[in-house]
Design a protein around this ligand. Structure first.
Ligand code: G3P
Ligand code: CA
Length: 256
């Protein structure tokens, strides 16, 4: 372990817009991704699931009920059915024209313009989703070793390992919810065999945990910041990136 705990210059920290800039536009829509770019975030995060007919779609919940005008499970609806839904009005009437994007549409629009943090959401519901995501990336040459702008993560660590085995050059992260036991050295040792990022709930983070993750040669992008106090706390703790609904709570890179 290093002596003392270094705090980072805020400009070194990646500003990651959670589900796009979801404080300002409906989550996981092109409007939210556009807002993320406009606000000069370094990356946006999105959640990927699969339609009944095997298309990769960008939506957080396993049902469409909360974020569209429809009802039912994502896995029971075809792409055509999912595309017919209004994915914006629940947030604000000015977003009526937003629909559920496909992963391909998002990659085509934003590759090279911003980083994209792809979460495999509930992958146990979607056998083969890791291969499909790998295929979408490969088709666009986004599996290059020099490409640091795509990261894949999941709460399902088996799924992260499966994806890593398919495209070892794309960085991957493990997501962790709050646990009162914290994160053990044994866990960190297991993660470092395949993962580049350990991304816990912000409630788990302190400077010591950040230092331990760094000692295992991994980085950390905690989530989800919805107030300035939390953003400042994570900056002080030395987080490498901050996943936030409000990209303006984290300073843009000097290059932006
Ligand atoms: O990127 C981390 C964060 O998105 C994980 O939680 O529920 O917002 O997908 P959730
Ligand atoms: Ca997510």
């Amino acid at each position: 372990a290093s002596e003392g705990i270094a705090t980072k210059d805020q400009n070194q920290v990646l500003n990651i817009a959670h589900r796009g800039a979801s404080g300002y536009a409906p989550e996981n829509t092109m409007a939210a991704f556009e807002k993320s770019v406009e606000m000069k975030a370094d990356m946006f995060e999105l959640d990927v699931q699969m339609s009944k007919d095997g298309e990769l779609v960008v939506i957080h919940d396993t049902t469409v009920d909360r974020t569209t005008d429809g009802t039912g499970s994502v896995k029971d609806l075809t792409l055509e059915e999912l595309k017919s839904l209004d994915a914006g009005s629940w947030f604000d009437e000015s977003f009526t024209s937003e629909t559920i994007p496909t992963l391909g549409e998002v990659l085509d629009e934003y590759r090279g313009r911003t980083g994209i943090l792809i979460e495999l959401k509930s992958p146990s519901l979607y056998p083969g989703i890791e291969q499909k995501v790998a295929d979408e990336l490969k088709a666009r040459h986004l599996d290059n070793p020099e490409n640091e702008k795509i990261i894949v993560q999941s709460f399902n660590h088996e799924s992260v390992q499966t994806f890593h085995d398919l495209l070892p050059q794309v960085p991957v992260g493990v997501l962790l919810g709050y646990s009162p036991e914290g994160i053990s050295d044994e866990q960190l040792d297991r993660f470092k065999a395949y993962a580049d990022y350990v991304n816990p709930s912000k409630s788990m983070i302190d400077a010591l945990l950040v230092e331990r993750i760094h000692d295992y040669n991994m980085k950390t992008h905690p989530w989800t910041v919805r107030d300035r106090e939390s953003a400042n706390f994570l900056l002080e703790a030395g987080a490498d990136g901050i996943i936030t609904d409000y990209p303006d709570y984290v300073a843009p890179h000097p290059s932006k």
